[in-house]
Write a protein that binds this ligand. Sequence first.
Ligand SMILES: [Zn+2]
Ligand SMILES: [Zn+2]
Length: 153
Amino acid sequence: MSVPASTSCIFCQIARSSTSTPLLHSDEKVVAFQDIKPSAFRHYLVIPVEHIPTVKDLQKRTEDFSLVNHMLNVGQTLLCRDAPQPTQYRFGFHQPPLNSVNHLHLHCLALPFTPRWKSVKYLPLGPLGGFIEVEKLLERIKPLAAASIPPKV
Ligand SMILES: [Zn+2]
Ligand SMILES: [Zn+2]
């Protein structure tokens, strides 16, 4: 579910290039830029151009799945360019209420964390929420195959 772009949303303004933030990537679906307060050697954000508030607004459907997949591809390409292997990467989202800005943004990190304690912000906290790694989210919103699988209780 998307809601109309809010004029007060800083990420919508960045996506429309109405700020001085330099874009590392932009296409019709997503834009990427540097986190203003980097927590790692490289720390980029990839956001959808469309205003989607949080991971809770993503659903099991092809559209959402391919959007997140595309965000990941863009992030991987940028990190591979700027922080070549064997650097360790981490990709994921903060889940509400721990997200900072209410416009979906994929954190793309090339380690090490700077300073090191920052890593706590990007640790999955299991059922408590917190940070969700992109693979986990993709699994969660993967559209169901035609054959129905009994829901997990
Ligand atoms: Zn927005
Ligand atoms: Zn965040």
